[in-house]
Design a protein. Structure first.
Length: 451
């Protein structure tokens, strides 16, 4: 039988009203709180929320089943205070909007972590309360005799991953899915609302600047937010393979292990000129296969693209975020994009005056390539060999020679020709892990002899 059907469907943005007096189990923060908090109390509470969001920023926390562990315990502890401190919960959310809206990297982190927290709170609800949340979001919920609970979702609001995983039944423009899967719709709607809210906050930051006390709190929290973001990346790096790319080791990997075809794309953006379509298309799947996770990728792309003064945080969210999520398999067909092989890079159209993509050993002239080789750290006595191979039309062999020149003492056998950018990167990371382990053993031996 039918559990509930709303009087009107509001496209799932959470604008339908709950019954009078019902507790808001799943806060959507549609309107600012009307409570009064002292600045010191507000700052301390906001710090607690930042730590909570940090604990929610691990992989796999977006909607859907699962969760638990330390982060889950932190969420449950925080939510236990909502019955008496719902206004404080809302106030800390809104003040962190002011903190994060001005910096694209912080804004991307804030949206991802708030969505993860939203998903954890959803999973903490019982089936009856989950059904009420879906009804409050303007969706229809049904029960088939008490065995399963189903939710009807308009096709245009249906996340692509549910179709890709065959988790829905389609009929007459309506998709029916199980209650556990319907949370993806709420999370996506919540994310869209947050993105719009952050742009509104950024456009009105001058109001915050006029309130000296509040502005000082926001500035302190923003500085701490940047430090927390860096600290999170560093801790994540400790929990993953040292050869896996993360924000914590990105600069090290860029300097040591990025192949020239990818390194030059990163450096191009750092000169304040964003990559055009083919350059982004080439770089995104390389970063994904190198190990950079989606949340960190969103932070990285927001920061790097916005180095170009013509790209604002709003422009990134509107024009570029979807492409990053699509490359990581969170949008579209649900599969991550595969990194380009060298053969595919050779087949890209020639570079124009304002574009950068493809293989530099194939596309650059001798003078420009010689200059770039010095920038990439090639020893002076190796430049002639690399140039000779490139000019004679052997870009793969030139890349292999560049690898040998920049990885002296490589323990393995370097192939005669590099055939894939990620193969270059993997071989390089293996080399530097060996170098690091040798250095650690040498330092340990020196310490023992000294004692």
């Amino acid at each position: 039988g039918r559990i509930a059907r709303p009087r009107s469907q509001e496209s799932g943005h959470g604008s339908a009203q709950r019954p009078q007096g019902e507790r808001d189990f799943l806060p959507r923060y549609l309107t600012p709180p009307r409570s009064t908090l002292g600045l010191r109390v507000l700052e301390k509470a906001a710090l607690r929320r930042m730590r909570l969001l940090l604990s929610c920023s691990g992989r796999g926390d977006r909607g859907g089943p699962g969760g638990g562990g330390h982060a889950g315990k932190a969420v449950r502890s925080f939510d236990d205070t909502l019955a008496s401190n719902a206004e404080e919960d809302a106030a800390t959310h809104f003040v962190l909007r002011l903190v994060c809206c001005a910096e694209p990297a912080l804004a991307a982190w804030f949206v991802a972590c708030e969505a993860a927290l939203f998903g954890k709170r959803w999973r903490a609800l019982g089936p009856e309360h989950q059904a009420r949340e879906l009804v409050a979001a303007g969706l229809s919920v049904y029960s088939d005799g008490g065995k399963k609970t189903w939710c009807d979702i308009p096709f245009q609001a249906l996340p692509a991953q549910l179709i890709a995983k065959r988790r829905v039944v389609l009929s007459g423009g309506i998709a029916r899915t199980e209650l556990s899967d319907a949370s993806v719709v709420l999370v996506r709607s919540f994310e869209r609302h947050l993105l719009e809210a952050l742009e509104l906050a950024r456009a009105n930051l001058h109001i915050c600047h006029n309130h000296v006390g509040l502005d000082e709190v926001v500035q302190r929290l923003r500085a701490l937010g940047a430090l927390l973001l860096q600290g999170r990346a560093g801790r994540n790096d400790l929990h993953h393979n040292r050869g896996t790319l993360s924000l914590g080791n990105f600069e090290e990997c860029l300097a040591q292990s990025f192949p020239p075809c990818m390194r030059r794309l990163v450096l191009q953006q750092r000169d304040g000129v964003h990559l055009k379509h083919l350059g982004r298309l080439q770089l995104r799947p390389f970063l994904r296969e190198a190990g950079l996770g989606l949340r960190e990728a969103l932070v990285w792309w927001a920061r790097e693209l916005c180095r170009d003064a013509s790209i604002t945080s709003e422009a990134f969210q509107r024009n570029y975020r979807y492409d990053v999520e699509h490359a990581w398999g969170a949008r579209g067909h649900g599969r991550g994009a595969f990194a380009f092989s060298c053969a595919r890079l050779f087949g890209l159209p020639p570079q124009g005056p304002s574009t950068m993509h493809g293989c530099p050993f194939q596309s650059l002239g001798a003078a420009e390539l010689a200059r770039d080789l010095a920038t990439w750290g090639a020893p002076r006595d190796s430049v002639g060999q690399v140039l000779s191979l490139a000019v004679r039309g052997h870009p793969r062999a030139a890349c292999a020679q560049f690898f040998r020149a920049t990885h002296p003492g490589f323990a393995g056998s370097v192939p005669q020709a590099i055939v894939h950018p990620n193969a270059f990167s993997r071989l390089s990371r293996e080399h530097f892990k060996v170098v690091q382990s040798r250095g650690s053993r040498g330092a340990a031996g020196t310490e023992l002899r000294g004692s």
